[in-house]
Ligand binder design. Structure first.
Ligand SMILES: Nc1ncnc2c1ncn2[C@@H]1O[C@H](COP(=O)(O)OP(=O)(O)OP(=O)(O)O)[C@@H](O)[C@H]1O
Length: 262
């Protein structure tokens, strides 16, 4: 049986799983399994992302993180189970994937392809979103002239211009230097607070997960082996919250990695 992703979650009211006000579900994967030939990549995975929640998905290389994200994006299909999202999700990848022959503004306008809006309104909305990501002065610039961080901001603007209820982020900051990554963390949180969407963030970086997420989910061998609520999520994006060090150790152990910070 092949289960096809549906986009109808607005009719489902879901109870919060962590006791926090996470809102209605923006994404819901239930008992999903997926194989590529003999390679079983996802085994009976169940995961929900609330529409006011950031969930980080971590796991070793090849553990199935991108596959799970692709399921939610409608780019792959489960063999069993169901995948549902609230409307069409927006996706942002590690490489910004901008059209080099289009200006920054035109790239962001492209994020509105599914919306029935006129050209003037599309340009206006794209302009406003570029302002939100701090690139109002780059509307007419060609992508080839942007820094890595600026290009990633344009990619975020293109993802958010249609005001999605679910944002899927596949290692969006992985290629950036440490300082730019920090700035992007702050920007993502600002956008999330201002716009209100559910986010699933795939990352290799335990510290990034603990800085940004309400919950951290660990995927290993195609299964969810940890699903941890972060205490005081985004507490000033401060790494010094005492509980965080213990969680870092727990998450690294789930990944089979020694914690060198201690
Ligand atoms: N289109 C495909 N066809 C066949 N096998 C695939 C395909 N996409 C992924 N796989 C396999 O599925 C497994 C999981 O891949 P996936 O990209 O989801 O892992 P990941 O956790 O995102 O890894 P990474 O952290 O390295 O990006 C891997 O064994 C990979 O080889």
């Amino acid at each position: 049986m092949t289960a096809i992703a549906t986009r109808d979650l607005e009719i489902t009211a879901g109870p919060p799983e962590t006791g926090r006000a996470v809102g209605r579900p923006a994404a819901e994967v239930q008992n999903a399994s997926l194989r590529y030939g003999d390679n079983t990549v996802l085994r009976d995975v169940t995961l929900r992302v609330g529409e006011r929640e950031i969930v980080a998905l971590i796991g070793r290389s090849g553990s199935g993180k991108s596959t799970l994200l692709r399921l939610l994006a409608g780019l792959a299909q489960t063999e069993t189970g169901t995948v549902r999202t609230a409307g069409f999700p927006a996706v942002s990848f590690q490489e910004p994937r901008l059209f080099p022959w289009r200006t920054v503004l035109q790239n962001v306008v492209h994020g509105l392809v599914r919306e029935k809006v006129g050209r003037a309104e599309a340009a206006e909305r794209a302009r406003r979103t570029l302002e939100e990501v701090g690139l109002a002065d780059k509307v007419g610039t060609w992508p080839g002239r942007l820094s890595g961080g600026q290009a990633q901001r344009v990619s975020l603007a293109r993802a958010l211009v249609a005001r999605p209820r679910l944002l899927l982020l596949d290692e969006p900051f992985g290629a950036l230097d440490a300082l730019t990554r920090r700035t992007m963390h702050e920007l993502l949180i600002k956008l999330w607070r201002d716009n209100g969407f559910g986010a699933l963030l795939v990352t290799h970086d335990v510290d990034e997960a603990l800085r940004l997420a309400d919950r951290v989910v660990v995927l290993a061998g195609g299964r969810i082996v940890e699903d941890i609520a972060v205490p005081e999520p985004r507490a000033g994006l401060d790494d010094a919250v005492p509980e965080i060090a213990r969680l870092r150790t727990q998450l690294l152990a789930a990944l089979g990695v020694a914690d060198t910070a201690n």
